[in-house]
Design a binder for this molecule. Sequence first.
Ligand code: AHR
Length: 529
Amino acid sequence: MIDYGECCNFRIIMKKLTILSFESVLLVFCLFGLSLNAFPQVSASLVLEEGGEQVISRHIYGHFSEHLGHCIYGGYWVGVDSPIPNTRGIRKDVVEALRKIQIPNLRWPGGCFADEYHWMDGIGEDRPKMVNTHWGGVTEDNSFGTHEFLDLCEQLGTEPVICGNVGSGSVKEMSQWVEYINFDGISPMADLRRANGRDKAWGLKYWGVGNENWGCGGHMTAEFYADQYRRYATYCRNYGDNRLYKIAGGANSEDYHWTETLMRNIPHWMMNGLSLHYYTTDWSNKGSATDFGEDRYFDVLRRCLKIEKAIDRHMEIMDKHDPEKRVALIFDEWGTWYDVEPGTNPGFLFQQNSMRDALVAGLTLNYLNDRCERVKMANIAQTVNVLQALIFTEDEKMLLTPTYHIYDLYQVHHDATRIPLSLESPDYSYGDQSLPAISASASRDAEGKVHISLVNIDPENALELSIELGELKARKVSGKLLTSQEINSFNTFEEPERVVPVEFTAAKIRKGKLDVTLPARSVVVLEIN
Ligand code: AHR
């Protein structure tokens, strides 16, 4: 039985089709295979509340690039002799694309690679080679090292985040790396840096003390790692006025014991941040990045929203030990993880990127914005050619993915003041399971402009959303929309503009409210003046 009342536009259609009987209209719909669901459904409401004070750190919009597959080599680094346009070996096109979205930070060199990396092999003229055992067993020639990474960050205008080696390194090695980068006086490491062509210290701030030390970073217990952290962090010194922002290697997904132990066993003055890694994936069956039906679409979005709950549980533990919120939660690896594209090296983690990934990015960034009191940094994995990439490169060509466009649209939230909101969303149901169809986040920027990012994960139904603006006197509204023909639409080098943002015109100011029609499977970012 069809519930006629459910379709808001149905009556309008009926008026226009007065010559047809009610039954014959239904017949027409059936004959032509049209779904009543193609018309907007009513029922979502959003209220902007007063009293927002917290700043959404731009570092929530951070990135992660590892020596993995073609992220560094081919992705950023082509070498000075390459015919691909470059500045000191670094691709110009990739730098330009990332500058456009103002990436606030870049985490490097891993990942699992970090705990195998010996930084002294990546400086100077003679660089020994190594095997990248984690990622494809390929030879790493160390041509991209500390100087090249920090040059890349300078070209990007972004803050470097370096993750040091706890798993197979030493306290001395890590301590010397910090000295090499940050000490401006006369010392063995500062002199070595000068001999390698860099006079001035870089003054790097963000420093990770190991990566996934419960797994690829040494298979440690939480208790053992907490003690190791205390040793390593002690010798990561502050030089001059620079204050290191030290990040402890955090938990895997729902390992709450790890968070509990680190919060209990590490003095809080010794760590500025505690990390967390959680990928949106089904490890027993990762599935294809593009060849999927609604079952896998629903499953990925369900997992994405499940992570939100896990973050809350980690934050509850942090709150218990640190009610003043001195230690930040650093979500420094997140994103989708599917089967690699057929025919590619399984160790290179190369996957396509569809509208589904854009929705995952939109949902995740919305819920991280809302937790900005504790979450001060996040890093999607990984920027170029690996996992949920923003950019693909193929020789001299470069392509922007749907996920890139989300980072472009969401720039408006960088360092803006979060506006609390309450949202009533209809459900998107699949089988006997349901998820809230709409997600939202709002902020006010330094110029007083209000931005609302909205995600509709319902793959079929446009949704009508009524936004109560509270004290905000809206004179003008504009917006950008990212949507697609299909849930698995994606961009290719041949068709790079299948999924790109367009102007959004379906928002109207009416008596102090905003009426918005959110297309199916879409992300909309509104600007209200
Ligand atoms: O991002 C790929 C890998 O995922 C990282 O190297 C590791 O930290 C995580 O397991």
